[in-house]
Design a protein around this ligand. Structure first.
Ligand code: URA
Length: 209
């Protein structure tokens, strides 16, 4: 319950520095996010259960391990979450990918779901919700609410950078959802940006602003 895993591998931390750097161009930003997503996939799959099967080597038959249990489903929150999908698929090519689109209601400032498309067997998969920035936690909570409403129970959250406010809110709403981040930053500023953060992840990923 209330588990926050900070993926502090030196390669992740090194690449994150250049992701944060405002002088990193769109192409390099994308490539670095992709690489960090691959490295974080290694961490998030660390506890996947294994079965033992027999395998015949050229020398003899032996017991050996294969992945057991639930297959994975990746659920990027549009649009910035898309930038981490390919990197994860490099390690887990059999994962299926669903999408959730959320916009912010101008009056209530609450997230509103405008799109959802899930693998047909999402309920039987270990799902990883992906959003590079866990700021207020509003989008992550809404996405996970939506998955739970559709019968999904095995859910983890993967982000590049989290604010303590977002971690607290997500833990309160969904205490059983483990959160994986590359960094836990200081706080949100008055505009809702994570500081020091990396700016707007979607804009930096897609070269918009
Ligand atoms: N979303 C972003 O892209 N950046 C932030 O700092 C906060 C939310």
């Amino acid at each position: 319950m209330n588990r926050l895993v900070i993926c502090d591998h030196p390669l992740i931390q090194h690449k994150l520095t250049f992701i944060r750097d405002k002088n990193t161009n769109t192409k390099d930003f994308r490539e670095l996010v992709d690489e960090v997503a691959t490295l974080m996939a290694y961490e998030i799959t660390r506890e996947m259960p294994l079965d033992t099967i027999k395998v015949q080597t050229p020398i003899m038959e032996t017991d050996s391990k294969v992945l057991a249990g639930r297959m994975l489903g990746l659920i990027p929150i549009l649009r910035a979450g898309l930038g981490m999908v390919e990197g994860i698929l490099k390690l887990i090519p059999a994962a299926k990918v669903g999408h959730i689109g959320l916009s912010r209601d101008h009056d209530t400032l609450q997230p509103v779901e405008y799109y959802i498309n899930l693998p047909t067997d999402a309920q039987n998969r270990q799902l990883i919700v992906i959003d590079p920035m866990l700021a207020t936690g509003g989008s992550a909570i809404a996405a996970i609410n939506s998955l739970k409403k559709r019968g999904c129970e095995q859910i983890k959250m993967m982000c590049l950078i989290a604010a303590p406010e977002g971690v607290k809110a997500l833990h309160e709403a969904h205490p059983e959802v483990d959160i994986y981040v590359a960094a836990l930053d200081e706080r949100l500023n008055e505009k809702g940006y994570i500081i020091p953060g990396l700016g707007d992840a979607g804009d930096r990923m897609f070269g918009t602003n």
